[in-house]
Design a protein around this ligand. Sequence first.
Ligand SMILES: *[C@@H]1O[C@H](CO)[C@@H](O)[C@H](O)[C@H]1NC(C)=O
Ligand SMILES: *[C@@H]1O[C@H](CO)[C@@H](O)[C@H](O)[C@H]1NC(C)=O
Ligand SMILES: *[C@@H]1O[C@H](CO)[C@@H](O)[C@H](O)[C@H]1NC(C)=O
Ligand SMILES: *[C@@H]1O[C@H](CO)[C@@H](O)[C@H](O)[C@H]1NC(C)=O
Ligand SMILES: *[C@@H]1O[C@H](CO)[C@@H](O)[C@H](O)[C@H]1NC(C)=O
Length: 320
Amino acid sequence: MLSHSYIFALLSGSACAHIYRVLDSSFADPSVVYTGSDYYAFGTTGNHVHAQTAYSPDFVNWTLLDGHDALPGPYPTWVSKSSVSLWAPDVIKVSNNSYIMYYSAREATTGKHCVGAATSSKAQGPYNATVTNSSLACPLSQGGAIDPDGFIDTDGTIYVTYKIDGNSLDGDGTTHSTPIMLQKMHSDGITPDGDPIQLLDRSDLDGPLIEAPSIMLKDGIYYLSFSSNWYNTEKYDTSYGYATSITGPWKKQYAPYAPLLKTGTGSKNAGKLSAPGGTDFSVDGTKIVFHANLNGKDITKGRAMFVANITSSDNVISLA
Ligand SMILES: *[C@@H]1O[C@H](CO)[C@@H](O)[C@H](O)[C@H]1NC(C)=O
Ligand SMILES: *[C@@H]1O[C@H](CO)[C@@H](O)[C@H](O)[C@H]1NC(C)=O
Ligand SMILES: *[C@@H]1O[C@H](CO)[C@@H](O)[C@H](O)[C@H]1NC(C)=O
Ligand SMILES: *[C@@H]1O[C@H](CO)[C@@H](O)[C@H](O)[C@H]1NC(C)=O
Ligand SMILES: *[C@@H]1O[C@H](CO)[C@@H](O)[C@H](O)[C@H]1NC(C)=O
């Protein structure tokens, strides 16, 4: 049980959280990687490039690398030639001078999305997308796969978590499951090792879907952030689950400890957030990057990148 004073500290803590809006243009589904001395963030297709990139020496002051494409192609043959439609690129650092980008792109024959891997010797890229010509997840009959996130466990094992895009099939009038999957990788980080397993799925509380997973480990507890509801409504948010083993069982956290971010979550610096989601943890689990509506009310002007510090203990994540 959590003490009342702890709950009070938690609630008052989030009431005066420091959240910064750090880019003034659309930069959706951001992810962050720390090189050892500075930070790079990557975002969904926009501003005339496939994979957007931003740079920060200190995590607070960010600059859009305007015109820089972190994944310019050529692309593997499974990727659509007419519209790459790159979503939610995520980068991990595997060693000095070795970075892996996981991305989702439109599949050539169906228009659904699938997940691939690319590598670079520099965090900012350009990433080589033909370092493997196989997708790493492509469950087309279930709606495809999107929103990959790389995670390196304490024993060095690389995992990729992603969402099966079941709601891309909801046009048939039924609600499909949108499971968050975990794929163990070989040590090259680009070749799957065995079959994926399911970590979490949507429930009625999540509306039609959950998506945008990110995993971190803090004090022996794994945390998995995810967004619920449609991204283009103000119901979009950031919740999370927790587990003592990466393979589960995973439990979702609920009110008053989740969602971590939702429409109306406030801060002195950033005002009230609108539809905050697409959250990505820093490797050390002390920071998040996420997007929320640029104009503070709807998606018409796109989604801007925000950053915040977090603390985590006893299965609870709080804004710092
Ligand atoms: C922010 O970083 C940019 C370059 O990355 C630098 O030119 C600028 O002076 C910095 N601003 C502040 C307030 O530190
Ligand atoms: C990576 O480079 C840094 C300095 O640039 C060095 O301190 C560190 O030991 C290197 N790590 C590896 C794994 O080579
Ligand atoms: C990308 O990787 C492939 C496979 O190793 C290689 O053939 C190709 O030359 C690489 N492309 C670049 C630009 O390095
Ligand atoms: C993938 O295909 C491209 C184009 O045919 C080729 O250059 C590249 O070497 C291939 N990659 C691998 C790992 O075979
Ligand atoms: C996070 O914490 C560091 C160290 O306390 C502080 O310098 C930085 O401004 C904070 N960043 C945010 C986004 O709150």
